[in-house]
Design a protein around this ligand. Structure first.
Ligand code: HGY
Ligand code: MN
Ligand code: MN
Length: 410
């Protein structure tokens, strides 16, 4: 079975054009024109690979290969095409394009799977626009409630529902994207590692054992605005100084644990001015651990210390939960299938834990999921410098193709 690594590489480069930024990254938000253009291009490639293409009620792009038993449970293989602001070319697209190459390689080898295989490009995996995320995979898992589409808004106050409507979808039909448990055999995803474990081990590909769960919280700190020149330091209720102490504390609380990570990625001063004491500050926290009990313990410590800082500085703080995704373990049998596929190529794949969240987390309770990682240079991701070599991309795609053949019965 021969993987067309060159075509995979050229298609990865071609997708860069959709949402390209001035400094070499991509910004391709869910239900945006850039995502639409990328999906239209990928749909052509899906059809060229002999797939029947459709978009579901959430806007997930799906290419179906019916297989010998069209009524059998479906093997879903894919990733996402949306990105973070100014992200890289590999986070998501590598998994979608490799899945298409896997189907094409199997077809060219005259193989036909027993189970239907569906290549899927989930929409809104990153959650970059609405600070929610994995919306397309939640819809497929059947856990996304219609009212959630009105609850999350972007920086302009546009709801997910309004963005979907503008994109040509009908939010009221979101339930039609759900897959009945039993209708899906498994979900497989090839993704870049976005960390440095594989590179440090000198390994091109790894099999994922578990995925850390992201908890996203929004903190709104309210103090008292005032004149920067006439207000003495004692007695100030400076919302930004309080927030700064909280941010420092959150980083310290995470660092005190073995694997917990905490990131404050967004912070804004409401009606801020050079000569105004900040009266209100909003910031986000992304807190993760592969062990949910540890993550919860750190979360409670952070909440308690936020209250202490409020008390000490005479400010108040409102905490809003944006998303809480439990960590998941990948299916053992599927991991073994990936390891076997690697062995066919003379590789003994290392096992890695995913610090990044992925769409499979939303489906883990409904059907088995598994992932394999391709090495990331210097572990850089969510940045224009994100890079995986053409050789590593092609090798990982080859292992994905062999795993698909094994699992789908081709
Ligand atoms: O945030 C994440 O871990 C993923 O990139 N969505
Ligand atoms: Mn990402
Ligand atoms: Mn991703």
């Amino acid at each position: 079975m021969k993987m067309d690594g060159e075509r995979l590489w050229s298609r990865l480069s071609e997708l860069h054009a959709f949402g390209a930024t001035a400094d070499g990254g991509v910004t391709r938000f869910a239900w945006s024109d850039a995502e639409r253009q990328a999906k239209d291009r990928v749909a052509v490639w899906m059809r060229e690979a002999g797939l029947e293409v459709r978009e579901d009620a959430a806007g997930n792009l799906i290419g179906r290969w019916s297989g010998r038993e069209p009524e059998a449970p479906v093997l879903l293989v894919g990733s996402h095409l949306d990105s973070v602001p100014n992200g890289g070319d590999f986070d998501g697209p590598l998994g979608v394009l490799s899945a298409i190459e896997a189907v094409d390689a199997l077809r060219r080898a005259g193989r036909q799977p027993r189970h239907p295989v569906e290549v899927i490009a989930f929409t809104d995996e990153e959650g970059a626009r609405f600070r929610y995320g994995m919306t397309g995979s939640r819809a497929v898992a059947g856990t996304l409630r219609r009212e959630e589409l009105d609850a999350h808004t972007d920086a302009d106050g546009t709801t997910i529902a309004a963005a979907m409507t503008a994109y040509g979808l009908e939010p009221d039909r979101i339930g039609e994207a759900a897959r009945a448990p039993g209708s899906v055999l498994a979900y497989l995803e090839l993704h870049i590692e976005q960390g440095q474990v594989l590179e440090a081990a000198g390994q091109p590909v790894g099999v994922v054992s578990g995925i850390a769960g992201p908890l996203w919280l929004k903190f709104t700190v309210v103090g008292r605005a005032g004149h920067a020149g006439t207000t003495p330091m004692p007695g100030r209720r400076d919302a930004l100084v309080a927030a700064a102490e909280m941010v420092q504390m959150m980083s310290e609380e995470a660092a005190a644990e073995a694997r917990t990570v905490a990131t404050v990625g967004q912070l804004s001063v409401r009606r801020g001015g050079v000569n105004i004491i900040p009266g209100q500050v909003e910031f986000t926290l992304d807190l993760r651990d592969v062990d949910e009990a540890v993550r919860d313990r750190v979360e409670q410590r952070i909440r308690a210390r936020v209250a202490e800082i409020c008390e000490a500085r005479g400010v108040s703080c409102q905490v809003e939960e944006l998303q809480r995704v439990p960590p998941v373990q990948c299916n053992e049998a599927l991991q073994a299938a990936i390891v076997e596929a690697g062995r066919e190529l003379g590789l003994s794949l290392p096992t890695v834990v995913s610090g990044a969240g992925h769409d499979g987390m939303q489906c883990a309770g409904r059907w088995p999921i598994a992932m394999l990682f391709a090495r990331s240079r210097a572990g850089i991701s969510h940045h224009p410098d994100e890079y995986t070599s053409p050789e590593d991309c092609a090798l990982a795609a080859e292992i994905l193709a062999r795993t698909v053949a094994r699992v789908a019965g081709a």
